[in-house]
Ligand binder design. Sequence first.
Ligand code: ADP
Length: 288
Amino acid sequence: MASSQESKPTDVFKRQMTEQRQLLRLRMDKIKHKVAVISGKGGVGKSTVTVNLAAAFALHGKTVGVLDADIHGPSVPRLLGLNGQQVKVGPPGAFPVKGPLGMKVISIDFFLSEETTPTIWRGPLKMTAIRQLLSDIVWGELDVLFIDLPPGTGDEPLSVAQLLPEMDGVIIVTMPSDLSRAVVEKAVTFARRLNMPIIGIVENMSGFICPHCGYKIDIFQSGGGEKMAEETGVPFLGSIPIDPQVSTDSDKGEPFVIRHPDSAATKAFVGIVKNVEVYLDRRGTAKA
Ligand code: ADP
């Protein structure tokens, strides 16, 4: 029989937390690599980069998962044409929704009805719900899980990231107008607090390539990403131009790497994917 000491609500809560953590670790152990994607602020293309990275890896024959942990504006379901889907729940837990190329996708959106928007949740309650949600997901075996974290490098993305054990690294997405040393330094601090290596910086919306003549127009003065990366000692993964097809493909719910393999954005993206693959291969060798 449990003693009166053990049945105190705080003890019950602590025990539940430990159980959840163990379950989460068990589920995450089946995932070879976990990669988080962050940005200094919203609207720079973090979710677009996350889903296209995932799709590129899936196109290369990898088993891929996408975790939409952007609780303020979960956009992964829309970007993968999965709006309105619901997870299936069975005895072992909640099963991810199958997206394009068999990608396994989880978003807070799949658990919510229209009336319960996540933004009204209070901080601690939100974290408890997310912890529970994460430990309940049955990912199965995965080569890579890409995690779209909430924008910014403040307390909220940090708390969400802290719930995820042993990440392989983080990718910082930024755009030329947002590219300051302060943004990069904040991201470095963020990664250090989480004990996560930085895979590198992606400079998105870096110039516009005219679809008629192929000339590149530097709308926000592109190229700063590489310089900034050099100055701060963070690897530079590559830049993606502004490409109108990116947003039309997003609206249609299909990653541009699948829908437009020859577009300017896809061509630019190929190098970024290669750099991430090289990083993960090296890390896999180091872990083995
Ligand atoms: P975040 O996740 O950082 O808030 P999103 O990925 O939702 O940003 O992108 C914001 C908007 O910018 C979307 O409408 C998206 O289609 C568009 N976008 C992102 N990257 C590009 C690009 N390289 N070219 C054109 N539009 C882009």
